[in-house]
Each structure stands twice: as structure tokens, then as C-alpha cells.
Design a protein around this ligand. Structure first.
Ligand code: C5P
Length: 221
């Protein structure tokens, strides 16, 4: 890839649809900075719960955000959001966070807080000489980067997604999260026109990654 060919790849889809594993492979293959935007919502949810703020207390959450310092740290090809001096790790995948995250992600002030920070990763990727940025989530191709060079929407049937979560040893009510994520007013999870839909149910991870890599490389010619 030539240096001037900086690309933005957006990957959206429901819980456990294969976004993270696929994005990591593409990031390695194509030299892209990888950002998991779900981890931003998870980190905020974790910090809010740590302070004993209930997920529905929008007033307290807004007040909390006013004083929150957010930055990033790059590890390998991944950029992680930091909260003050803390780099949230595995605790953001706890059952408590799984249960509260979609309620907190539906709060307009939370999304408004994260949006400019998520967009700023383009500059971060350029500054660190990556060949592009790959970000995954629910609204990456619709709201964060509607002009992304490549927009994908991954699907998988629910039984398969539940099986994947169990295999990872996670307690996660994916159906309920998907319902909340699809029904919220701000930046809902939708398949937007123009995003390439890929059903990952019958495919292995390598097959999904190969398919997306092929589309990206063909589109770059
Ligand atoms: O991707 P992951 O399942 O870790 O995301 C956790 C939650 O964060 C989602 O269920 C959704 O509520 C929220 N999210 C979002 N917008 C994104 C990424 C994640 O609302 N772009």
C-alpha cells in the first residue's frame, strides 16, 4: 500500500457478530490502527458503576463526564482509551458492564462526549504512521465515519453468537443488548445503505477476514 493511500474502514454489527476478531486480523494485514469503539462505552460504563452511579441517572452521568479526562494509549496496532491515569482492561467485559452498557450508550450526552474523541483517531493513526484506521462498533459507518472508504456490516444468527460468547466464557445477554442498541433514538444499530453486509454464520474467522481483505484490496486498485 502506498503511503498516500490512507484508508478508513468501518465495521458495524450486533454483539458477538465477529467484529473484533475480524478487525484485528485486518489491522495486522493492512497496517491499520485498530480501535474498538465498544470498549469506549464499556470503559465509561465501568467508571460510572465504580462511582456508584446508577445507569439511568442521566443527570449524575452528565456531571461525571464534565470532569472526566480521556486520552489514549497505543499498544501494538491497537489504540486504547484511557480515563485519567487508568487504562481499563478486562474489567470492562464483566457481567455488570455487559448488563449496563447499552443503557449508558443510549444517553445522548455520552455519545456526544465520545464522538469527537472517536473521530480524532484518524489523526492519531496518521501521526503514528499507520496506513489507515479500522474502527468497529454500532455507528461507525453511519455516524462516526459515514464517509469511510469501506463500510461493512457483519451479521450472524443468534444461536451462533451465543455459542461464541459462551466459548469466550462470557455472561452476556446479546439479544437484550441488540434490542436496546437497535431501538435507541441516537445512533441506533442499523444496516445503512452502502455498507457491505456479510453473514458470518457459516464462515470461519479466516474466511470472513479473507473476504473483507479481498474487497478492500480490490477497492483500492
Ligand atoms: O462492541 P461491544 O459489544 O463491546 O459494545 C458494547 C456496547 O457499546 C454495545 O452493546 C452498544 O451499546 C455500545 N456501543 C455503541 N456504539 C458503538 C459501539 C458500542 O453504542 N459504536
Amino acid at each position: 500500500m502506498k503511503k498516500e493511500d490512507f484508508i478508513i474502514v468501518a465495521i458495524d454489527g450486533g454483539a458477538a457478530s465477529g467484529k473484533s476478531s475480524t478487525s484485528k486480523i485486518l489491522s495486522d494485514r493492512l497496517g491499520l490502527l485498530y480501535v474498538n469503539s465498544g470498549s469506549h462505552y464499556r470503559a465509561l460504563t465501568w467508571a460510572i458503576l465504580q462511582r456508584g452511579i446508577p445507569p439511568h441517572r442521566v443527570d449524575k452521568i452528565e456531571a461525571f463526564l464534565k470532569f472526566l479526562e480521556v486520552d489514549y494509549k497505543i499498544k501494538g496496532r491497537e489504540a486504547h482509551m484511557t480515563l485519567g491515569a487508568c487504562v481499563p482492561a478486562e474489567e470492562i467485559r464483566s457481567p455488570e458492564v455487559n448488563q449496563a452498557v447499552s443503557t449508558i450508550a443510549a444517553i445522548r450526552a455520552v455519545r456526544k462526549f465520545l464522538l469527537p474523541r472517536q473521530r480524532s483517531y484518524v489523526e492519531v493513526a496518521r501521526q503514528h504512521a499507520f496506513d489507515g484506521l479500522i474502527m468497529e462498533g454500532r455507528d461507525v459507518g453511519t455516524v462516526i465515519f459515514p464517509e469511510a472508504d469501506f463500510r461493512f456490516f457483519l451479521l450472524a444468527d443468534e444461536a451462533e453468537r451465543t455459542r461464541r460468547r459462551q466459548w469466550e466464557g462470557q455472561v452476556d445477554s446479546i439479544r437484550e443488548r441488540d434490542r436496546l442498541d437497535k431501538e435507541r433514538k441516537t445512533a441506533p444499530l442499523i444496516h445503512s445503505e452502502g455498507a457491505i453486509k456479510v453473514d458470518t454464520t457459516p464462515l470461519t474467522l479466516q474466511e470472513v477476514a479473507d473476504k473483507l481483505t479481498g474487497i478492500i484490496l480490490a477497492g483500492k486498485k
